[in-house]
Design a protein around this ligand. Structure first.
Ligand code: ZN
Length: 291
């Protein structure tokens, strides 16, 4: 996979911008979860935001979780990312099929419904940072824009787009997060507003072959953008039999004994990559003995 994030700023660091191309990792997510088109779009948008927000974190072990929870049929969209832009996620209902919106687009807000977005950042402190907002649209980008303004007091513009092909594969996926530093002068803000007012959608720009560098050039037109860093990003799940075993330990002694009585192999699968892990009766007995 060749997905990546560009980090760009203007010359005086008044404006910073992250732009991601994520077609490969969103297609990987679709393959793991066999998502319907609208579920691919919802998960793909949150994965794209997650990987950029992961890359924004500074500590090597910092972890980010984005959790959308709503009363729509998809129920949950959850993404985690680390500061090296490894990202993974899942949806509560992968097979939902709802009508397109009037403009012919996939109805992500209809899939998510009314609810909340929670952002958890584990920055190695005693308590993780935790911010929750009410969803303003359920389209993901607007919700994150609102989150940055209200919870982090950082004026931001978030744009995300996933285009699903007729065979349900991911045709285009990407997005950007632009943030204004407190020192940003008014004329630069006005230039950004001018640029954004004529900016095509992310999927339009990608379909027209623009790429991340082209998106930086358009969004920061007449602001002399400088690309500071190119970061590769990937769908990455670090699950293992040991980690799943820890989850099995938490179900309690009584339940483990029952599993032994039932006498069948226990099959557990990872939420993020659907890898199956089998535990024989002997394995379960060993887990029980270790408690
Ligand atoms: Zn996994």
């Amino acid at each position: 996979m060749n997905d990546f994030i560009l980090r760009a700023t203007d010359q005086d660091n008044h404006i910073r911008m992250f732009v991601a191309e994520t077609k490969g990792l969103v297609e990987q997510a679709r393959n793991y979860h066999t998502t319907s088109p609208v579920a691919t779009a919802a998960l793909g948008r949150l994965l794209t935001a997650g990987t950029m927000m992961g890359a924004m974190m500074k500590g090597d072990k910092d972890l980010l979780t984005l959790h959308m929870s709503g009363d729509g049929p998809i129920k949950t969209v959850l993404v985690t990312a680390d500061s090296n832009a490894n990202v993974k996620g899942y949806v509560g209902n992968n097979l939902i099929d709802i009508p397109l919106k009037e403009n012919g687009k996939l109805d992500v807000s209809g899939a998510v419904g009314k609810g909340t977005l929670t952002v958890i950042k584990d920055l190695g402190m005693k308590e993780p940072y935790n911010g929750t907002i009410e969803l303003v649209s359920g389209e993901v980008a607007d919700d994150l824009t609102y989150y940055f303004a209200s919870s982090e007091q950082t004026p931001s513009v978030v744009a995300l787009g996933v285009l699903v092909d007729v065979d349900y594969s991911v045709k285009q996926s990407g997005g950007f997060i632009l943030q204004l530093m407190p020192s940003c002068p008014e004329e630069k803000i006005q230039q950004i507003e001018k640029n954004l007012s004529v900016l095509p959608s992310v999927t339009n720009m990608l379909e027209n072959g623009l790429g991340a560098d082209g998106i930086v050039a358009l969004v920061m037109k007449d602001l002399n953008p400088v690309i500071r860093e190119k970061i590769s990003t990937d769908y990455h799940c670090d699950c293992s039999k040991e980690k799943v075993e820890k989850a099995l330990m938490t179900i309690g002694k009584k339940e483990l004994k029952q599993l032994i009585v039932d006498g069948e192999t226990v099959d557990m699968s990872c939420h993020f990559c659907n890898t199956h892990y089998e535990f024989s009766i002997i394995d379960v007995q060993n887990i029980l003995n270790s408690l």
